[in-house]
Write a protein that binds this ligand. Structure first.
Ligand code: C2E
Ligand code: MG
Ligand code: MG
Ligand code: MG
Length: 292
């Protein structure tokens, strides 16, 4: 649209652009302090077994509780953190906090639950990353397979060659790796075969109309089958209704996460969920996976 109106039109876009830029710069400089002043918090969202709704993992999701701006969601500041390099100290804070919390849950008697941590490709590009993770596990006395790192497809694929060594080092330690938002990036199947990953998270954009016999349904089913052929577990994210859950369970999806089961909640509320342990048992009674 801008092109058709000629070159001068670009001026009309500037104020908006400048606003956004100013906002990002301001956020960036505040974010540095936020990390130091403990303004970040983690919420956790359960991931449940597709067999019975039992909570198997909790995904740590960072929030920024800013004294002057209120609650800021990661969609607004993760990119800023990546562009400014602050993602490294931020990621380290998240890793430490999540490991500390997991240790507390284990000590509280929930010792078979694990935590999933989102990791930016910028963190993987640092040579010390695998060692840092190993040290953290040691410090909190955690089994390596209690930790799962979620890596976004798009970020990973742009850097495959450079991060492969780090991924292999993490696998040697025994940490599990998940490909997040699967289907939204440009994953070459060739890369998929080479990456030492354990799980695919099907992006929620494929689940919107999954129950209506649409193309989404066919794609979701194909992604599950492909994951299983590659010996990967498959998790569906963003499950919001019974129809989605039913369809995905009938097609042997291994794990589920989404607001139908539970949104992201504070650590204290996780403990309540862990005491009950099974989410929406009535849904898991109602439908059983088809026999193969
Ligand atoms: P993600 O890793 O794909 O996390 C899932 C996002 O979907 C979360 O948003 C979650 O609250 C939301 N969600 C879960 N279930 C549902 C549902 O049923 N419906 C809908 N509409 N949404 C659902 P959130 O917490 O805002 O996080 C957004 C993204 O920010 C994450 O996407 C992840 O890529 C990034 N992120 C979050 N925490 C971290 C972190 O500690 N480090 C890094 N590098 N990235 C993070
Ligand atoms: Mg994630
Ligand atoms: Mg995701
Ligand atoms: Mg997502």
């Amino acid at each position: 649209r801008g092109k058709r109106r000629g070159r001068n039109t670009v001026v009309a876009f500037l104020p908006e652009f400048a606003d956004e830029l100013r906002d990002r710069i301001a956020l960036g400089s505040r974010l540095r302090e936020a990390i130091e002043h403990e303004e970040l918090t983690l919420d956790y969202q359960p991931q449940v077994s597709g067999l019975d709704g039992r909570i198997v993992m909790l995904e740590a999701l960072v929030r920024w509780q800013s004294p002057d701006r209120g609650l800021i969601m990661p969609a607004r500041f993760i990119r800023v953190a990546e562009d400014s390099g602050l993602i490294v100290p931020l990621g380290r804070w998240v890793l430490e906090r999540a490991c500390r919390q997991l240790r507390a849950w284990h000590e509280g008697g929930f010792d078979d639950v694990g935590v999933a941590i989102n990791v930016s490709a910028h963190q993987l590009l640092r040579e010390s990353f695998a060692d840092d993770v190993g040290e953290m596990l040691h410090r909190f006395g955690l089994r390596p397979d209690a930790i799962e790192l979620e890596l976004t497809e798009s970020a990973l694929m742009e850097n495959v060659e450079r991060v492969l060594g780090t991924l292999k080092a993490l696998k040697t330690i025994g940490v599990r790796l998940t490909l997040d938002d699967f289907g939204t990036g440009y994953s070459s199947l060739n890369y998929l075969r080479r990456l030492p990953i354990d799980k695919l998270k099907i992006d929620r954009s494929f689940l919107a109309e999954v129950s209506s016999g649409s193309r989404d349904a066919a794609i979701a089913r194909a992604l599950i089958a492909m994951g299983h052929q590659l010996q990967l577990q498959v998790l569906a994210e963003g499950v919001e209704n019974e129809d989605q859950l039913g369809y995905l369970r009938r097609n042997h999806c291994d794990q589920f996460q989404g607001n139908l089961l539970s949104g992201a909640v504070a650590a204290d509320d996780v403990e309540r969920l862990l005491r009950q342990r099974y989410l929406r048992p009535e849904s898991f009674e109602a439908t059983r996976p088809d026999r193969v």
